[in-house]
Design a protein around this ligand. Structure first.
Ligand code: BGC
Length: 357
């Protein structure tokens, strides 16, 4: 009997809710539907905050945590909101997270693509919803991207190679690349070879090993570097590694052979561990990219663009489909001699952390 009464109560509640009524008989106040523009995008109420979506590939390397925190802070500092999602290097997840951000009513999407090609789908989906897209740090290829903001990534590679060839003008070089799926990895490598190629042509430098490191992981770089050492019977004079994470794997492999500190190694990102290795002498240089400047510039462009402002840039970068309006900041080479005047002076790392024994 009690059970039957319960079923009747549940059915009644269901009927009332379907009729749009509250249990107490009052009419429910449905939220007023947001006005929608012809392209399907929500029209904001006056005074409603601009909302920026930030779709990130990964938070694995130290730098991306800084990018996330500083970008969010910069957007909020401009009176807008920021929603961040990170995809752990998973292309399908990054696409579905972007869809979620779009469904949450963002006004503009900023993307750090895991895969330069796969993320074209994100640009298309955002555009269908009337939302513009900015590629952050890494280019999205073959898409009608609205803006690209990064560092001069070819220059990153050039700085690495210039520093290492100053120390090793002749000899047997190893190149440990980044993720083949990241457009930046190709630009870094291009920059390196802009400097090395004339020396290779002269016969001063030989490339004895050259390999990409899947997903930029130190573990994959370690495997590559072990292979390089084995294949050359440890006859290596210098290593250029695409970033500090991979340089960590390189230095570990060199350590295993008692060679750490004996062979110059270049990296990139000015990660704390890498700057400490520079102090200790197991890494020669890194390339510092002031992330704070990137986030401030990107946040300002994102909010202005979201408000409908037209953005003019000096540069354009071809992404295989269009000439993308671009902003490229300058990277800085860092070795033992200028750690204090760069990463420490900027507060990127504290003196205490860098020189910790
Ligand atoms: C970034 C580097 C970073 C690498 C791995 C590249 O696209 O420019 O700063 O180390 O990705 O995350």
């Amino acid at each position: 009997m009690v059970k039957r009464l319960k079923i009747v109560a549940v059915l009644l509640a269901l009927l009332l809710s379907l009729a749009g009524c509250k249990g107490d008989g009052e009419k429910a106040v449905a939220p007023a539907p947001k006005p929608v523009a012809a392209n399907g995008k929500e029209i904001k109420h006056p005074g409603e905050k601009i909302k920026i979506g930030f779709s990130m590939d990964t938070l694995l390397e130290e730098r991306w945590l800084k990018d996330r925190d500083l970008f969010k802070k910069a957007v909020e500092g401009m009176g807008a909101e920021c929603e961040v999602m990170a995809a752990n290097g998973d292309d399908a997840l990054q696409i579905s997270q972007a869809e979620t951000l779009i469904s949450h009513g963002i006004d503009l999407l900023v993307v750090v693509p895991h895969n330069a090609e796969a993320t074209a789908a994100i640009v298309n989906k955002a555009h269908q919803a009337g939302i513009k897209v900015i590629a952050y740090d890494r280019l999205v290829k073959n898409a009608d991207l609205d803006l690209y903001i990064s560092f001069d990534n070819e220059e990153v590679g050039e700085l690495q190679a210039k520093e290492i060839t100053k120390r090793v003008p002749k000899g047997r070089y190893v190149y440990i690349g980044g993720a083949i799926t990241d457009n930046n990895a190709h630009l870094f490598k291009k920059g390196v070879f802009n400097v090395l190629q004339p020396l290779i042509d002269k016969g001063d430098i030989q490339i004895v090993y050259d390999q990409w490191s899947k997903d930029w992981t130190p573990a994959n770089a370690l495997i590559n570097m072990r292979e390089a050492l084995k294949a050359t019977h440890n006859r290596i004079d210098a290593v250029i590694s695409a970033n500090d994470a991979t340089a960590g794997g390189v230095v570990q492999a060199l350590k295993e052979q008692g060679l750490a500190g004996k062979i110059p190694v270049a990296g990139q990102d000015a990660e704390l561990a890498a700057v400490q290795r520079i102090v200790q002498g197991t890494q020669t240089m890194t390339v510092y990219k002031p992330i704070k400047s990137l986030t401030i510039e990107a946040a300002s462009l994102a909010v202005r663009m979201a408000k409908g402002e037209k953005i003019d840039t000096d540069k354009k970068v071809n992404n295989g489909k269009i000439e993308v309006p671009s902003v490229l900041l300058s990277p800085i080479a860092v070795d033992k001699s200028n750690i204090d005047s760069t990463v420490i002076a900027d507060g990127y790392h504290s003196r205490e952390d860098v020189y910790k024994k």
